[in-house]
Design a protein around this ligand. Structure first.
Ligand code: TRP
Length: 334
């Protein structure tokens, strides 16, 4: 039996290059190798946006259009929305019953988020239970492999512990899902911090060429290099050279280094070349996105089709789980 891949992304609206190199490039590759289920984690978005729900459906739409335009193909993978599957919420309820609060409280990602998000009070039961919901997402459709970034590993480990506990209490049923870590290219935002929508330092996949040029021009280079005639240092270059790394071959990098170190070109020329590469790499994306936008019903169609494929798997799991928990009876409507 081939393994099943499950992964989700919170709806954050239009996606940026960090999302592409961190997640999507990988998903597009996986859809040719495994049965893949990719979903919009809109309930997870609520854990931090419960007080700002106005944009969730538009953010979902924009994100799914970006998914399709980067090459996720609904003929190869299932694309759906978490909140369309009530069985996710039902399984979440059962899993919360067997998950010790102490496991959730010691989760390093949780502790870090509590430290970082100071603008609002996220000490809610929902936010604490984020990894429990994530576990339900994965095991409900019987996912085995979960492509995630390193920051998500604690969540996944917790998920495995929850599965072990479930199997211990009710009899072996779920497989322990495994992380699928693949080499990701780390992308910096134009200010040198991690690229993140909330930092306002992102280059979006859907940015037009002029916007991309303007953003690349703002990128920090070698702070010690004042004039074009000063020799530069690619090691000290803060954003432009590291970004060239993502887009260039070794030979090209070598040439960039030489030209910088020998002051054979200035930072502006180097930035121009980088902007050209980014713009070229997104040409196909831009065309596909424009085509997709012409079909107003497409996002709903894709989500409906994905739901149609995935829901029966989820129903069957919930049916088994109810039997195991002894709460299945003739009055139960499934
Ligand atoms: N927590 C993930 C993130 O922030 C999103 C997510 C929700 C997810 N449920 C999932 C990822 C299940 C993988 C599997 O990126």
């Amino acid at each position: 039996m081939t393994k099943r891949v499950v992964s989700g992304q919170r709806p954050t609206g239009r996606l940026h290059l960090g999302h592409y190199f961190g997640t999507l490039q990988n998903w597009v590759r996986l859809q040719d190798q495994y049965q893949c289920l990719f979903f919009v984690a809109d309930w997870h978005a609520l854990t931090t946006k419960f007080d700002d729900v106005g944009g969730i459906s538009e953010d979902t739409r924009e994100m799914v259009i970006d998914w399709l335009a980067v090459g996720l193909d609904p003929k190869k993978c299932f694309i759906y929305k978490q909140s369309d599957i009530p069985e996710v919420a039902e399984l979440f309820v059962y899993l919360t019953m067997i998950t010790p609060v102490s496991w959730l409280e010691r989760n390093p990602t949780y502790k870090e988020m509590l430290r970082e998000i100071t603008s609002k009070d996220i000490q809610t039961a929902g936010f604490l239970s984020y990894p429990v919901l994530q576990t339900a997402d994965i095991i409900l459709p019987k996912g085995n492999l979960v492509p995630v970034g390193e920051d998500q590993l604690p969540h996944l480990e917790l998920g495995r512990e929850i599965v072990r506990r479930f199997n211990f209490l009710y009899g072996d049923y779920f497989d322990e899902p495994e992380a699928l870590l693949s080499p990701v290219k780390r992308l910096l935002g134009i200010d040198g911090r991690k690229m993140s929508k909330s930092y306002g330092n992102s280059i979006f996949l859907s940015d037009d060429p002029d916007t991309i040029r303007a953003k690349v021009n703002q990128m920090i280079t070698d702070p010690a290099r004042q004039k074009k005639t000063d020799p530069g240092s690619t090691e000290a270059c803060m954003v432009v050279y590291p970004t060239h790394h993502v887009y260039s071959s070794n030979a090209e990098l070598q040439e960039i280094e030489t030209k910088c170190h020998e002051a054979a070109w200035g930072c502006m020329a180097c930035k121009r070349e980088l902007a050209d590469k980014i713009i070229d790499s997104l040409a196909g994306f831009r065309e596909r996105r424009a085509e997709i936008e012409k079909e107003p019903g497409i996002v709903n169609e894709v989500l409906r089709e994905g739901l149609h494929q995935v829901r029966p798997i989820c129903r069957s799991t919930i049916h088994d789980v109810r039997s195991k928990l002894n709460i299945f009876s003739e009055t139960t409507v499934v």
